[in-house]
Structures are given as C-alpha cells and as structure tokens.
Design a protein around this ligand. Structure first.
Ligand SMILES: [Cu+2]
Length: 432
C-alpha cells in the first residue's frame, strides 16, 4: 500500500496495471482475491442481517464500513498484481467527480476516465472497453449498464455530478453525525454560544492557586446516545484568579459557575477550565455535561481535553453520504451513484469498477473532514432507533460481514495508506 492518487494524475502504465489487476480479480473466481465477493458483501449489507436493516448505509458506519470494504479491495488488487508477476506496488486511485465529469470527450482531462482504455463509456449495456458486455460479466448475471446522466438509458439518473460547493458544505460541517443517526439529520443548525460565564469563588476546594480561563458550551444530550454531538461553539472566556498571591487578591480555591440560560434544543452545558499561562499540554477540562438550570461548584479541576470539541448538531456523514438535500435530488455520494445510473444505482453497485474509484474519493473526503475537525467525534453508542434493534454503527460495534469495528479504521494513516491530498506534517487526530 502507499499513496492513493487522483486517477487524473495516473500515467498510462499505471492505468494499465490497475485495469489488469481488476481483470485478474474477475478472471479467478476461486482465488482469495476474487472480485465477485465484493458484490455479495455489499448486497448482504443492504438487505441486512439480524440486527439492522443496513449496517453499511444510512448511519455513522457508512464511512468506516466502506473504508474497510475498499481497503480489502486494495489488498486484493495488490495480490492480483503479484499474481501477474509484478511487485504489488499498486494503490487504489480516487475519482474526483467535481472535476472529471465530462464523458462526452474522452480526449480531454475531464473525460479521460471514461475512455475505452480505462473505465470506459456509458451504455445499455456498455458495449466497448474493458467492461463491455460479453467480456465483463456481472453477478448474479448480466451485463454492465451505465447512464452517465443520460435519462434515455436510466430514467432516474441526474444530469450532473456534485460540485465543489456541495462538497465544501460537508467538509465544513462540525458534527460527524447526530440523532437520529439515519438519513434524516440535515445540515444542522449549530446552537449559538452561551454568554460569558458568571463565576464566583468560595472557600473549601483544592484548586491550585493561579489564573484560570473559563468557557462554557451548550450541549444537546436529549438522547442517551447523543453525548458526543450537539455542542455549541464556546462562550467568550472569562478570567478568574484563585488562591493566595494572585492578582487581584483572592483567597478562595473553588469556583461556582452559574448555569447559562435556557436555549432551544440545548439540555446541558459543559465547563472548560484552562490554566492561564500554562505550558502546552497542561490545559484542563472539567467533566460534564451538567443539566441546564443547575449551577455547578468546581472543587478540583480534571486534566483532560485541551479545548471544547466545537461539535455542533450537524451530520457531515449525512451530508456527504448525500441524503441531506435542498433541491430534492440525491447529493454528493448518492448523486454519483445515480448519475452513473444503471448497475451503479442498485445494491449490486460494486459490479461496476467505478464503485471503487468513487468510494475511494468518499474515503478521502472523510479523511479531509477528520483533518479539519480534530478530535474523535464518532458516536460510541447508536441507540435503538430503527427496528428491530441496535444498529451496528457504534464505535465498538462489529460491522458485518466482518468483525472490524469503526474504532479500528478511524485513522487511515495507521491502516497503511494516505492520500495525495492529506495535509503535509499533520497527524490524524482521532483521540478524544
Ligand atoms: Cu456508494
């Protein structure tokens, strides 16, 4: 494994090698690296097991399930490459459909992906290229169909792919996911910040003398599983002096924080306390959340998070998966499936090799989102909101058909690959 690159940047030899590995996976149904199991896995996930109607879609595990899925595919590409006598130095390329979106001219950069020598054209069935009818046989049976926005081929297609403005909305969303953890969370309306905290001091505590900054945030914790999302931006910070010898003089060593006032959608608040002038890494955090309307007295300060997670009520997952829509059409991820249409719009969509370049791009967007929003915001518990029971989408839930948990795949770099768009010198920060 290594760096996953934009397919636009691949040389002819790279493209040929990728296609050769895919065709090898398809040609050897008995090999461990066989292609068709990906179709079966995806269909099984769609139709569901005993615990959920769909562990791979419509919930937080959308990103980690597909990360695991395409990572397995990439490892099989390597195995197939080795079987063909090469050195296995092959990675899955991604398709940035905000740019490469014009199959009408395959001699131009925006159309090269759709050339016969690479992923090929539309058609019912696709009639030329490596994935043409009679050559590329899909499972359980049939030929590949693609519309590429042509409603004469697929009446349900959309005319265009998502653009950069739509993707930007998803990347800028603060919350990873939110209640009710399905296809309904919208772009999210962040709570506005509380007013600066009202603070008094009193005797009897054990907080070390010195200067502290205090900020508050609103939380929405109305649902048992909703303790890691729904946090407002922090209030303006307020400085307070504690203990002997500080300025202005103050002999007390515990803090009394008045509850911020009521706010629609907010049920709790968090208190963050930071030692003023402390060395990096000495910042502190007071446990929460605290029910709104209840003042809190801090007698000690707990070392913990460095700053509020700035996690609002939005769902980047739902926006990028593409259920959140303002124009009544599928967006971003879903939109690409529907634009390709035909085979790519059904549960057997991995029958089309474009699936893997598309989902590689979706995985890249998740990584970009993680870089922009440091701190692990993946929900630990995704409650019983969809019959018949728990959705296998929580941080420590196995993602069928594998035993892999979301926790295992939060950091793509730790899995052995990176993207050519990863920021240089910045670590993925997925720890609380
Ligand atoms: Cu998909």
């Amino acid at each position: 494994m290594g760096v996953r690159r934009n397919q636009r940047l691949l040389k002819k030899a790279d493209k040929d090698r990728f296609i050769a590995a895919v065709l090898e996976m398809k040609a050897k149904p008995a090999a461990a690296y066989n292609y068709n199991k990906y179709v079966t896995w995806h269909q099984d996930a769609f139709s569901g097991g005993t615990t959920d109607s769909n562990p791979a879609h419509n919930g937080p595990a959308f990103f980690p399930w597909h990360r695991e899925f395409i990572l397995r595919f990439e490892k099989d590409l390597v195995a197939a490459d080795l079987a063909l006598g090469k050195d296995g130095a092959i990675t899955l390329p991604y398709w940035d459909w905000t740019r490469d979106n014009d199959p009408s001219d395959t001699t131009k950069p925006a159309g090269r992906l759709f050339h016969d020598d690479f992923l090929g054209p539309k058609g019912n069935p696709v009639a030329t290229g490596h994935f043409r009818a009679g050559s590329w046989v899909i499972v359980p049976a049939g030929d590949l169909v693609r519309a590429y926005g042509d409603s004469a081929i697929d009446a349900n297609t959309v005319a265009t792919l998502a653009g950069r403005p739509e993707v930007k909305v998803g990347l800028e969303m603060h919350g990873f996911d939110s209640f009710p953890w399905d296809e309904t969370p919208d772009a999210g309306t962040p709570f506005s910040s509380p007013h600066p905290p009202k603070i008094t001091t009193s005797a009897g505590g054990a907080i070390a003398p010195g200067q502290y900054f205090v900020v508050l945030t609103y939380r929405n914790s109305t649902h048992p599983g909703n303790t890691t999302t729904g946090e407002s931006l922090p209030s303006v910070s307020r400085r307070v002096c504690l203990g002997g010898g500080c300025t202005p003089p103050n002999a007390h060593n515990q803090l009394v924080i008045a509850s911020p006032g009521p706010r629609t959608g907010a049920t709790h608040y968090n208190v963050y306390v930071t030692a003023a002038g402390g060395a990096a890494g000495t910042e502190t955090y007071q446990t929460g959340p605290i029910a709104l309307g209840t003042d809190t007295t801090l007698t000690t300060i707990v070392a913990g998070r460095k700053r509020p997670t700035v996690n609002t009520s939005g769902s980047a997952r739902n926006v990028i998966e593409g259920w959140a829509t303002t124009r009544g059409e599928p967006e971003i991820h879903n939109r690409t499936h529907v634009w390709i249409g035909g085979t790519m719009s059904g549960s057997d969509s991995p029958n089309d090799p474009l699936f893997f370049l598309h989902h590689c791009n979706i995985d890249r967007l998740w990584a970009l989102w993680q870089f922009r929003h440091p701190g692990q915001q993946y929900p630990e518990v995704v409650p019983n909101v969809v019959p018949p029971g728990n959705r296998p989408h929580g941080l420590n839930d196995a993602m069928p058909p594998w035993t892999t948990k979301p926790l295992d795949v939060l950091n793509h770099v730790a899995l052995g690959y990176s993207y050519d768009t990863d920021p240089i010198g910045v670590a993925v920060n997925v720890s609380p």
